[in-house]
Structure formats: structure tokens, C-alpha cells
Design a protein around this ligand. Structure first.
Ligand SMILES: Cc1cc2nc3c(=O)[nH]c(=O)nc-3n(C[C@H](O)[C@H](O)[C@H](O)COP(=O)(O)OP(=O)(O)OC[C@H]3O[C@@H](n4cnc5c(N)ncnc54)[C@H](O)[C@@H]3O)c2cc1C
Length: 379
């Protein structure tokens, strides 16, 4: 265990764990196979107080600025064994912060509380069919016309894209490059907005992932989040927490795979002994445990820097890359240690192995993290 968590954190952790054990684990296999979880799970999570963590009390949240409370809950949500569920349920954590921080007062007071109660769903839409890594080059265009913007373009791979009510959308309001980008809060019922088909994926089956289309979509001008052409900085500051969350998701995915492999190898017999009777198996398990511990502790260090008000861009990028690498290695070894059973859909490691792959892509790819780190260390 770690020194970073206090009694309140552990109390909230226990609430999240109970929520997962009672509301999610009995159903998760069925939801994964169905490719979605019921919409009323948002309401249940809201009622349990799990959606409001990190948001201001004035907007119905249960307090800003306690990073370790969010870390504790994020760890427990991953005990659902479904990255897709965590991503879907958590799409508000990437879609809503810019609204809570920078939207006009009346808009944020109208939009944020129902999302935190789980009555409405929020999503973030940055990636476009033409590219996701090169955010500064995005093409969706919003042109101001009196009291509204006319938006044209499309987005893709958007988590909760099919069923969100509110989308925080990155658009081009100005010239080329990062100085011409703004954020607009667009609702699904605005004229000119539509969604494409639900995209089929390698993993994260329980989350919906969709394309969004804007055809002369009419968005009231008061839906501008922050200042016009200041969206790039908002997107980048949003990324910091998303990347920390992905690092947590990665070491927790690895942790679950390790636990499954440990349990299996302690009772599975081959050549007259348990699998843990072979030194190579023990060493594999030791390597897994070691890597997970290091990934977790370094991620906690990043969270502590954020808690102290720092902006650890480099460290969080390193934590994401390290944790994701550990996750890929550990899930692969876990499948291997379970042998044929590890390849079966009925085992958790099969899902963890598939779900691991997205973590090196979402929230900024491993390569983009390396470019960021290179810049920060002035290479
Ligand atoms: C399941 C899922 C859920 C997602 N959810 C969301 C969401 O909710 N909201 C959202 O906005 N987006 C979302 N995304 C999109 C995700 O953020 C992007 O896929 C990611 O940022 C990469 O963009 P891309 O797919 O366009 O790849 P590209 O940018 O086309 O990159 C392709 C490859 O080129 C590499 N590359 C690109 N530029 C460089 C460079 N300068 N140097 C070296 N290598 C480079 C990349 O690392 C990658 O390997 C999601 C994606 C998936 C798969």
C-alpha cells in the first residue's frame, strides 16, 4: 500500500469498490458481449457520488483539487475488469472539465450538475478522420454568424459518441495552427448534428465509440468555452489529467492480469507440480509484480506533483508510456501463463490483453508522448 491516501480517500475507495462489486461485476460479461452497459448505470454512479469527484461543489461536485481521491476511485473502477466500462462511464472526466472551468456561468450551471448526477452524458470530441495526433491542424470549422456559430466538419473515435447529450468539440475559429482553435459545447439535439454508426473495436467493447458529423450545425455563441482561439491551451491542460488516468488504467489492468495469473499458476499442475514450482514461472510473476509496483509508485509521484499545483507534463507523459508498456508486457505474460485458457473469452486476461492496446493510442500516442518528453528535456 502507499502513503499517499488518507482515511477519506480510503472511505471513498470502499464506496467505489462496493459499487463495482454490486452494480457492475455481476453483469460485466453480458455488457461486454452486448457492446454497451445500461444508461442507468450513470445515474447509479452519480447517486453513489462517484461522478462528482474533482468537480466544484457549487456545480454539484464533491470537491476539486483532491487528486488522490480521484486516483483511489479510478483504481477501484478498473476492478470492473472492463476498460470499456471505465472509459464510457468516465467520458465526463474528459468532456466536462473545460465546461466546468471556462464555460459561461449560466451555461456551466445548467450543464454540469445533471451530468454529475448521471442524468446526462458528456463527451470530448477532438480527433478527426484526418488525424488525431496533430491537434493543431484540425479542420472542423466554426464560423461566427451573429448570435451563433455555423459548424461544419466531422470527428471520429469519440467515446460515448453515440449516446452523449453534450459534446465539448474542438473547432477552428481562426487561422491555421494552434492559435485558431476554440472549444464549443454542442448538444446532440442541435440542428445539423448527427452521429454515424457505432464503431466496432478490438477492445473496450462496453464503451460506445462513434463518428460525429456537423453540417451547418447551428450552435449558440454563448456555447463558446473560454475565449475564442484559446482552445488549444484548454485541450492541452485537459490532456494532463486524461494521461494520468490512462497511466492508472494501465497499471491497474496489469495488476488485475497479474492477480489472475498468480491465482492460476498457484493451483495449475504440470509435470507433477504447481506451475509456481517452476523457477521461470516464479520469475515471471516477480517481474510482473516489480514492474507494476514501479509504474504505480511513479504515477503516484505525478499525482503528488499535480496535487502540489505543478504542471508535470513531462512526468505524466513518462508515467503514461511506462505504465502502458508494463501493461502490454504483463497482460501478454498473463495470457501465456494461463496457456489455452488465457485465450478463452471466459477468462478475464483475454479481455485485459485486448483492452491493453488502446492505452498506447488514446490520450496521445506513445510516440507523441516521446515527442513531448523530448521537447521538455530540450532535445
Ligand atoms: C477506443 C478509442 C477511443 C477514443 N476516444 C476518443 C475521445 O473520446 N475523444 C477524442 O477526441 N479522441 C478519441 N480517440 C482518438 C485518439 O485520441 C486518437 O486515435 C489518437 O490521438 C491518435 O490519433 P489518430 O488515430 O488519428 O492517429 P494518427 O495521428 O494518424 O497517428 C498514426 C500513427 O502515427 C504516429 N505519429 C503521428 N505523428 C507523429 C509524430 N510527430 N512523430 C512520430 N509518430 C507520429 C502515431 O503515434 C501513430 O502511431 C479514441 C480512440 C480510440 C481508438
Amino acid at each position: 500500500m502507499s502513503d499517499y491516501f488518507n482515511e477519506t480517500h480510503e472511505h471513498v475507495r470502499a464506496t467505489a469498490r462496493k459499487f463495482i462489486e454490486t452494480q457492475v461485476l455481476p453483469n460485466i460479461e453480458a455488457w461486454e458481449e452486448a457492446g454497451e452497459f445500461p444508461r442507468d448505470l450513470y445515474k447509479k454512479a452519480g447517486d453513489a457520488g462517484l461522478l462528482g469527484i474533482g468537480f466544484p461543489e457549487a456545480l454539484g461536485g464533491i470537491g476539486e483539487g483532491d487528486i488522490f481521491m480521484k486516483v483511489a476511485v479510478s483504481e477501484e473502477l478498473m476492478r470492473s475488469t472492463s476498460g470499456g466500462l471505465v472509459a464510457g462511464l468516465g467520458s465526463l472526466d474528459i468532456g466536462l472539465p473545460p465546461v466546468a472551468r471556462w464555460a459561461k456561468k449560466d451555461i456551466r450551471e445548467q450543464i454540469v450538475p445533471p451530468v454529475l448526477r448521471g442524468e446526462k452524458i458528456a463527451a470530448l470530441a477532438v480527433t478527426e478522420p484526418g488525424g488525431g495526433s496533430d491537434v493543431a491542424n484540425l479542420k472542423t470549422r466554426a464560423v461566427r454568424n451573429g448570435d451563433h456559430y455555423l459548424v461544419n466538419g466531422s470527428k471520429t473515435f469519440i467515446t460515448s459518441g453515440m449516446r452523449a447529450d453534450h459534446y465539448t468539440v474542438a473547432v477552428r475559429t481562426g487561422g491555421e495552427s494552434h492559435g485558431g482553435i476554440s472549444l464549443l459545447l454542442i448538444d446532440r439535439d442541435m440542428p445539423g448534428f448527427s452521429t454515424g454508426k457505432k464503431l466496432k473495436k478490438m477492445g473496450w467493447w462496453a464503451s460506445d465509440t462513434a463518428e460525429l458529423f456537423f453540417e451547418d450545425c447551428r450552435v449558440p455563441a454563448n456555447r463558446l468555452i473560454g475565449a475564442e482561439n484559446a482552445g488549444f491551451i484548454a485541450i492541452m491542460s485537459n490532456f494532463l489529467f486524461e494521461r494520468l488516468s490512462l497511466a492508472i488504467m494501465a497499471y491497474m489492468t496489469a495488476q488485475l492480469a497479474y492477480e489472475q495469473a498468480l491465482e492460476y499458476t498457484q493451483q495449475r499442475k504440470a509435470f507433477g507440480r504447481n506451475l509456481t514450482g517452476f523457477q521461470i514461472t516464479r520469475h515471471k510473476l516477480v517481474d510482473m509484480a516489480t514492474q507494476i509496483d514501479v509504474a504505480r509508485e511513479y504515477t503516484y509521484r505525478c499525482a503528488a506533483l499535480m496535487q502540489a499545483g505543478k504542471n508535470p507534463i513531462k512526468e505524466v507523459a513518462m508515467a503514461k508510456n511506462f505504465s502502458v508498456d508494463v501493461c502490454e508486457k504483463v497482460t501478454r505474460e498473463a495470457v501465456q501463463l494461463l496457456g489455452g485458457m488465457g485465450y478463452m473469452r471466459e477468462t478475464v486476461v483475454e479481455r485485459l490483453y485486448r483492452d491493453a492496446k488502446i492505452l498506447s493510442i488514446g490520450g496521445g500516442t506513445t510516440e507523441i508522448m516521446k515527442e513531448l518528453i523530448a521537447k521538455q528535456i530540450k532535445l
